[in-house]
Design a protein around this ligand. Structure first.
Ligand SMILES: Cc1cc2nc3c(=O)[nH]c(=O)nc-3n(C[C@H](O)[C@H](O)[C@H](O)COP(=O)(O)O)c2cc1C
Length: 230
């Protein structure tokens, strides 16, 4: 505890994380997944409640889950029903522009143009194949827990992504799973009292895929930080 570690290394690991949307068919050993999750669970949480619950899916179970969610995604009659609201109904600026920018940057790399709804739908559907990753994670939280625990949850998720990076692995966290919680619930036997927050793809990134060259922008420091000293 309290040992000094090289800040530059930590910063490099953090800044080397980018959402990857194409993975190699290379196995991730169970021991390594366990180690990453144990490390991630060192995340702080209000009164140490540790509100996270993770389902680690691979092999046939991943194929089954993927197939079931993809089927729902492709069914125009399927009622999407997220149990929580990630986004507002209307996006105020500057959020609307940022959101559009990253979306069009991604579609640009994939040569998807405005109005190409079918291509967009197919690309969105790649979420449910965990972008070909060998490991899919599904995250739930008990329905009784409040917004503070959701804050804790974000720290756990970020820890997974950073720990994975330290082991040469990549990730993509995916809220796209939330509206399909009924399907996921029945596939993984998740209790009704658990809210499906999101999923995450975990594996070795396929850097030959164009979408993985996306480096999303960040606004300059002065736009989000105020230094007050007098
Ligand atoms: C909670 C959360 C949910 C997300 N859901 C999705 C998703 O469903 N599909 C996807 O492709 N990316 C998803 N993303 C990735 C974001 O688009 C990405 O983090 C953002 O554009 C910044 O890019 P970066 O992660 O490469 O830095 C999600 C990110 C977060 C934090």
């Amino acid at each position: 505890m309290g040992n000094q570690i090289k800040p530059s290394q930590t910063d490099q690991v953090i800044t080397s994380r980018h959402s990857m949307r194409g993975f190699l068919p290379k196995t991730v050993e169970r021991d390594l997944i366990e180690q990453i999750l144990r490390t991630a669970a060192r995340a702080p949480s209000g009164t140490n409640m540790q509100p996270w619950r993770t389902y680690v899916v691979s092999g046939n179970a991943l194929t089954r889950l993927s197939t079931a969610v993809l089927e729902a995604h492709n069914d125009p009659e399927f009622k999407r029903d997220p149990r929580y609201k990630y986004y507002p109904d209307q996006f105020p600026e500057p959020y609307l522009s940022r959101r559009r920018k990253v979306g069009w940057d991604l579609y640009g790399l994939l040569d998807i143009k405005r109005g190409e709804k079918e291509k967009m739908h197919r690309q969105h559907g790649r979420n449910y194949q965990f972008f070909d990753a060998p490991v899919g994670l599904i995250f739930t939280i008990n329905e009784t827990l409040e917004i503070g625990s959701w804050l804790d949850y974000g720290m756990f998720l970020q820890n997974i992504m950073i720990s994975a990076r330290g082991h040469g692995l990549d990730t993509c966290v995916q809220a796209a799973f939330a509206p399909f919680h009924q399907v996921i619930r029945s596939q993984l036997n998740i209790l009704d009292s658990e809210v499906v927050i999101c999923g995450m793809s975990l594996g070795y990134a396929d850097m030959s895929r164009k979408e993985n060259s996306l480096v999303s922008e960040r606004c300059p420091l002065h736009e989000f930080a105020s230094f007050i000293s007098e």
